[in-house]
Write a protein that binds this ligand. Structure first.
Ligand SMILES: Nc1ncnc2c1ncn2[C@@H]1O[C@H](COP(=O)(O)OP(=O)(O)O)[C@@H](O)[C@H]1O
Ligand SMILES: [Mg+2]
Length: 236
């Protein structure tokens, strides 16, 4: 892994995605020639209405899906040049995901959920339990580490999901409408926490949302419109 300070953590060049046509329908080009560069510690919000391609973009950045065209480099590595195993290892070790729905396992406690990403092959397990406890403490769940998700509030569950995303010290944090299922006050608290942890951990963060007020809190605000990504406010 290239850890040269000058190498951007995330480098996206000419990224396009077209989904195959359903029967009787035209093909849809969701993303067209997107460029994006982020350094460690930088955060960007991607704003756009439902259906504009936000989740598609995050899935591509997270190597969960394959682009139609273009290049994605993570810490200097072209993700298209990795085989499936190497890509899975990159994902497990270097990328954290937070989704709109927390996707916690109902039968596992908060701390067990947080430790799931550390079970992946090639992940350094040393200190994982200590780090899990420390992070849960930090997000105010020290007393609830052994509680199952159904005994936690929506905001608490999303905090567990954020800690789970950070447990392997990812270089890149991908966040998909993290507060979409929460009330406004809880959403604000979750944003505070994401920004605080992201600064402390010096990850690069891409958060997609349709909430302008939340987007404005990150360092850069971009808008995804008709497949193009531009600085918010600039003509698309
Ligand atoms: N796997 C898929 N196959 C075909 N079309 C898809 C697929 N995933 C998403 N789409 C379409 O791509 C567009 C963008 O979807 P998505 O990325 O989920 O948008 P957003 O997250 O901004 O709401 C939508 O028109 C959606 O119907
Ligand atoms: Mg989406």
């Amino acid at each position: 892994m290239n850890t040269d300070e000058a190498t951007p953590l995330l480098e996206v060049i000419g990224l396009s995605k077209t989904y195959p046509a359903a029967a009787g329908e035209p093909k849809t080009q969701v993303l067209s020639a997107i460029d994006l560069t982020l350094r460690a510690g930088e955060s960007a919000a991607v704003l756009g209405p439902s259906g504009c391609g936000k989740t598609t973009l995050l899935n591509l950045l997270g190597t969960l899906d394959t682009p139609t065209a273009g290049t994605i480099r993570i810490a200097g590595r072209d993700t298209a040049e990795l085989n499936d195993n190497a890509r899975a290892a990159l994902r497990a070790q270097r990328i954290g995901f937070v989704f709109q729905e927390h996707h916690l396992l109902p039968q596992c406690s908060a701390v067990e959920n947080v430790l799931i990403p550390t079970l992946a092959k090639g992940v350094n397990k040393q200190g994982a339990a200590d780090r899990a406890a420390e992070l849960l403490q930090r997000v105010g769940l020290g007393e609830r580490m052994n509680h199952r998700p159904d005994t936690l509030s929506g905001g608490q569950r999303q905090r567990v999901a954020i800690v789970r995303a950070l447990i392997n010290r990812p270089a890149l944090l991908l966040v998909d409408e993290p507060t979409g299922a929460l009330d406004a006050d809880t959403a604000g608290q979750i944003m505070d926490l994401l920004i605080e942890l992201n600064t402390a951990e010096q990850t690069a963060m891409v958060m997609v949302t349709h909430a302008r007020d939340l987007a404005a809190r990150l360092q850069r605000t971009l808008r995804l419109e008709r497949g193009r990504l531009a600085a918010a406010g600039a003509p698309a």
